[in-house]
Write a protein that binds this ligand. Structure first.
Ligand code: NI
Length: 135
């Protein structure tokens, strides 16, 4: 089995907070991510597909096509958006990176050949990322 990863990039704003908590508790738990007037992140998205290379092309999936799907279904939807206000994906959950990888999987998987999506990895900062394997 071979794994192929494609990277795309986008920027988005968010605020992490629990509405019924006092400000001090939100600040203690979420730190700068609780900032009342939102803040931005430079997100690096890595999507990995798995499979055997095609005998003719040598590809699992055309990496250009994977990039196109990521831009069309993920980047175009979230780039330069406020995750709390501009999209409905986080209406019932925090716009955390942990929840974001699940949202991205759900939006992207239907556009890929069944069983090929292996991992969605999203960097929120240089030092923090989340992985989702669809389970
Ligand atoms: Ni944040």
């Amino acid at each position: 089995m071979v794994y192929l990863t494609r990277k795309e990039h986008f920027n988005a704003a968010h605020r992490l907070y629990v509405a019924h908590w006092p400000d001090e508790q939100n600040e203690a738990v979420f730190g700068p991510c609780a900032n009342t007037n939102f803040h931005g992140h430079n997100f690096d998205l890595y999507v990995t597909v798995k499979g055997e290379p095609d005998p003719d092309t040598g590809f699992i999936l055309n990496a250009k096509e994977l990039g196109r799907l990521m831009r069309e279904h993920i980047v175009a939807r979230f780039d330069h958006k406020n995750l709390n206000l501009d999209v409905d994906d986080f209406a019932d959950r925090q716009p955390s990176t942990e929840n974001f990888v699940k949202v991205i999987w759900k939006r992207l998987a239907p556009h890929l050949p069944p069983g090929t999506l292996f991992r969605v990895r999203l960097f929120e900062t240089e030092n923090i990322y989340a992985d989702y394997f669809g389970d």
